[in-house]
Design a protein around this ligand. Structure first.
Ligand code: NAG
Ligand code: NAG
Ligand code: NAG
Length: 268
């Protein structure tokens, strides 16, 4: 737990350092020097895409007739690069991959990332300048990750409690129950690597049969919701695994050592 905390702090520190860095060494060649934009509003945003999907990111709703330039500073897992375009025809692309600037049919600029993969996960900083202002975004772009789902029943203070768990998804899953009791609670745990575990607890009144209860999980990466029926947790399977490990340690290992010496002796 403590180790995790330090990793989180380290990650935060590194990403801070990076954002300070790139703020100062920005290439100014594409900026018109005649106008100084009035104010910088930096907005952090999130964007999540499915694996293999076509991803679109926009920096502004302004059309090219009002826009002077758009600059994307991209930092993904294994590289940093830049894609920029200005309305006087200058353009720059140091990414040299499938990412490109495109126009919508109504003339707005957007960044297109085809076949979204883990290599495209990162921070996309964009700056768009237009007559009378500019827009700046830091967009955290992540991959949709489907959660692992499980559900079980447990006894708590003589009450039957149903638990449904959607583990390490991104974005968080949505959990609901077939029975809408008023005694449920939801716990959400955010891991610092961006994954979210959601747990929903439902206290079952005696009138509801556990086999009639199902947990319904919805997630962005699935086109259909998933249903799990919570079952009474069996403690025996974990005991038997532990028992097997003990049998191995207590019997098999000493036997192996004994046999090893038994075989070795006549040779030496
Ligand atoms: C987008 O529109 C601008 C302005 O009309 C044009 O200069 C630019 O070449 C277009 N970009 C693409 C990728 O079509
Ligand atoms: C998308 O990327 C994956 C992995 O890089 C590749 O195997 C697949 O062929 C690509 N699909 C398309 C349509 O380019
Ligand atoms: C349990 O399920 C059965 C069959 O689907 C249904 O007839 C019954 O009404 C349900 N009972 C409760 C308490 O929801």
């Amino acid at each position: 737990m403590r180790g995790m905390m330090w990793i989180c702090i380290l990650i935060m520190f590194l990403s801070e350092a990076w954002s300070l860095d790139s703020g100062t060494n920005e290439n100014t060649s594409l900026k018109p020097s005649t106008t100084s934009p009035p104010k910088m509003f930096l907005v952090r945003r999130k964007a999540v895409f499915n694996l293999g999907s076509d991803a679109y990111l926009n920096c502004s709703d302004k059309t090219w007739s009002e826009t002077m330039f758009v600059i994307w500073n991209i930092k993904v897992n294994n590289k940093s690069c830049k894609i920029a375009f200005s309305n006087d025809g200058q353009s720059e692309d140091t990414c040299n991959d499938d990412k490109s600037l495109r126009n919508t049919s109504s003339g707005q600029s957007y960044l297109h990332i085809p076949n979204f993969s883990t290599d495209d996960v990162g921070v996309y900083k964009c700056e768009s300048a237009f007559k009378g202002g500019n827009e700046n975004y830091d967009i955290d772009v992540t991959l949709t990750v489907s959660p692992n789902i499980s559900a079980w029943l447990e006894l708590k203070d003589n009450n039957m409690v149903a638990v449904c768990r959607a583990e390490r998804g991104n974005p968080p899953a949505n959990i609901s129950w077939s029975y809408t009791g008023n005694l449920d609670s939801v716990k959400t745990q955010n891991d610092c690597d961006g994954f979210v575990t959601v747990e929903s607890y439902m206290e079952l009144p005696e009138s509801v049969k556990p086999e009639n209860l199902s947990c319904i999980v919805k997630h962005m990466s699935w086109n259909q919701e998933k249903t799990v029926i919570p079952e009474l947790k069996k403690a025996s399977s974990s005991i038997s695994t532990g028992l097997w490990i003990r049998i191995v340690v207590v019997i098999v290992v000493p036997l192996g050592i004994f046999l090893f010496f038994l075989i070795k002796k006549p040779i030496s």
